[in-house]
Design a protein around this ligand. Structure first.
Ligand code: PHE
Length: 449
């Protein structure tokens, strides 16, 4: 494929969509979404989630793209360029901090997928009863060597892709892995839906029970939509700076959010019918896909094969997301600190590893070390998804809706006035009033409740 010279970013609109969808689709969709849904009452959560994605997620993703593409810069540079000397640069710093924290705990779970790929290839789960499967999970995650080792390998893999650059690394890898991911996911869906008793799981996923909805639930759904779409901490600002000037940002955002929600929904379709068909607990929390699904695979014909497929799928989803996380940091280091890409990638990965090890060990030797009743891992997850990302997004809407000139927003969205963007009035209304209001209400009620 021809690589366009002198262009800093993606070579095509498809490349941009696949790379950003790769960043969005991740453990958030296949690991986090199902257990959040399981713990928050099923269908009602799904409905609220989809509502947030459409109403706030798509407009805010588009906003991040506009900011990044307008500034042609990493997240800190973008707020410096567009915000002037008014302190908005802090929003960029916020983004870098968020990326660090997320990458630190995200790489723990990403590392687990490598262990489970190896384990399922060796047939190490086959024939184990549920107690033994749970024991395998806890003795692995509570260990000190292997989880750290796999976390390291994952950081290394990600670092290698990032070192290869935006076009030859991020875009190329996403173009191969995203279609593979979709194929594997559809394969798993067919398996799950043809299980006897699949209907109950589908009902759990799709039938809303509104009695389960409360403020915490809304905050979780909002946090999940931000986490899943990678909004509120600069990932999409960074990728936005790589989108070609002639690409339409609204349809690009819609495609990415569509892919992301579809994958979350399909992951639910894979997981819940299987969980119900085999009598497992849908509300079992973060270990849902590791322990519960391992049991499910064990009780299925040819389950060993499906286990391999599933964990490879999870690993691919995680990798395209860790790539986007590291790129936020590396783009910053390259553009602001003038480091070489390779050095930036190495140093950032090492720093994340140093913090990330504490997250890994919070399942083992550090499990009793708690702050505000939470382990380090849980704390990082909570701080980023429930606070940093929504608050980051709130500040972004205030900056972009109230302080940045409307004409410039229109100019960027319309690609310099070359076409008329759809529903600009509605977008601007959401940016200025609806999104900040909804965000403020939900953040405050989450804090109070
Ligand atoms: N969106 C990713 C996921 O769903 C996680 C992520 C968040 C990646 C923020 C980058 C930035 O797994």
């Amino acid at each position: 494929m021809a690589v366009i010279e002198n262009q800093r970013g993606f070579t095509s609109n498809l490349g941009a969509i696949l790379a950003a969808a790769g960043g969005a689709v991740g453990l958030g969709n296949i690991w986090r979404f199902p257990y959040m849904l399981g713990q928050n009452g099923g269908g009602a959560f799904l409905l609220v989630y989809v509502f947030f994605v459409l109403l706030i997620g798509v407009p805010l993703m588009m906003t991040e793209f506009i900011i990044g593409r307008r500034a042609q810069s990493n997240v800190v540079g973008a707020y410096r360029k567009l915000g002037g000397n008014n302190g908005w640069i802090l929003l960029g710093v916020f983004g870098i901090l968020g990326a660090f924290l997320i990458y630190a705990f995200y790489s723990v779970v990403a590392g687990w997928t490598l262990n489970y790929i190896v384990l399922s290839c060796k047939g190490g789960l086959a024939g184990k009863d549920p107690a033994a499967v749970a024991e395998t999970f806890s003795s692995f995650t509570q260990g000190s060597f292997w989880p750290v080792f796999y976390q390291f390998i994952f950081l290394l893999l990600t670092g290698l892709v990032i070192t290869m650059g935006v076009q030859k690394g991020i875009e190329k890898v996403s173009k191969v892995l995203m279609p593979v991911l979709f194929t594997l996911l559809l394969f798993m869906c067919v398996r799950s839906l043809t299980l006897e008793g699949a209907g109950e799981g589908l009902r759990f996923l799709l039938k809303p029970d509104f009695s389960k909805l409360n403020a915490t639930c809304l905050l979780s759904a909002l946090g999940q939509s931000f986490f899943s779409l990678s909004i509120g901490m600069g990932a999409m600002v960074t990728y936005g700076s790589y989108i070609r000037k002639q690409d339409k940002l609204f349809s690009t955002s819609l495609w990415i959010a569509g892919c992301d929600s579809l994958v979350a929904l399909l992951a639910g379709v894979v997981i819940f019918p299987a969980v119900f068909a085999f009598g497992m607990d849908p509300a079992s929390g973060p270990e849902l896909v590791y322990i519960v699904l391992s049991n499910v695979f064990n009780s299925m014909p040819a389950g060993g094969l499906f286990a391999i497929v599933f964990f490879v799928l999870l690993g691919i989803a995680a990798l395209t997301s860790t790539i986007s996380l590291l790129e936020i940091l590396v783009a910053f280091a390259v553009e602001e600190l003038h480091w070489k890409r390779r050095t930036a990638s190495l140093v950032c990965s090492l720093l994340v590893f140093i913090i990330g090890v504490f997250c890994t060990l919070s399942f083992g030797v550090l499990k009793d070390f708690k702050i505000a009743d939470r382990t380090i891992f849980d704390l990082f997850d909570l701080i980023t998804a429930s606070y940093l990302m929504p608050i980051g997004a709130l500040l972004m809407t205030i900056f972009f809706g109230w302080f940045y000139p409307k004409a410039e927003v229109y100019d960027e969205l319309s690609n310099g006035g070359t076409y008329k963007p759809r529903a600009f009035g509605l977008y601007y209304f959401i940016l200025r009033y609806l999104a900040p209001l909804a965000l403020a209400v939900i953040i405050i009620s989450g804090l109070v409740g």
